[in-house]
Unconditional design. Structure first.
Length: 196
């Protein structure tokens, strides 16, 4: 259905293009395609294309995703480790209650950094020493907490929120959103390192 609608819209765009060209004495540049359009509709490339999420290594199309390589990595550190007794709470508003003795790590990243609160309460996760650690309780402004009961780790260890293997797309899907929203939400207070 989507491809049928898109092809119809491309035809409408071409009709508009013909009308616009009649009113200008110079060459008007036309563009209509984002990343998905670039991949799926070569007949609609016109004079230019605008790759958005493709620049970050995502295609938003399973057919083409293997041709992309995600380029963005978001990582942090474990700032504290706490042992929570059975029945103990973690986070604002008692966001998580341990149903068994639980070891948690506090990670220095939060919703002020662009990791939305929707990822809290077991929806989202991070990776510590190659193992998946679910977020427990609410994502706070400057930090979040994860369950590390089954993970051997220490304060100061690196935490991967997303990288080329554990992609932003995978994390975004847990919150029923897209990688574009997650990546473009990252705030300026996150230190950027550009690698060639």
């Amino acid at each position: 259905m989507l491809k049928i609608v898109c092809k119809s819209k491309i035809r409408q765009f071409i009709d508009c293009q013909k009308v616009i060209e009649k009113y200008f004495s110079y060459k008007v540049l036309f563009h209509n395609c984002n990343t998905s359009g670039i991949l799926n509709y070569p007949q609609a490339h016109f004079d230019m294309v605008r790759s958005g999420i493709g620049m970050y290594g995502f295609g938003n199309d399973a057919e083409y995703q293997s041709n992309f390589r995600p380029i963005t990595i978001l990582k942090s550190l474990i700032s504290q480790i706490h042992d929570i007794p059975k029945g103990g709470y973690v986070g604002y508003n008692f966001g998580f209650q341990a149903d068994a003795p639980t070891r948690t790590a506090t990670i220095s990243v939060g919703h002020a950094d662009g990791l939305n609160r929707i990822y809290g309460k077991g929806i989202g996760f991070v990776y510590i020493n190659g193992k998946k650690a679910p977020i427990v309780g609410n994502v706070c402004m400057d930090m979040l907490m994860v369950d590390i009961t089954e993970i051997d780790c220490n304060e100061g260890d690196e935490v991967i929120i997303f990288d080329e293997k554990h992609t932003a797309e995978i994390l975004a899907e847990t919150a029923q959103t897209i990688s574009y929203e997650l990546i473009t939400s990252l705030s300026r207070r996150i230190k950027r390192v550009y690698v060639e």
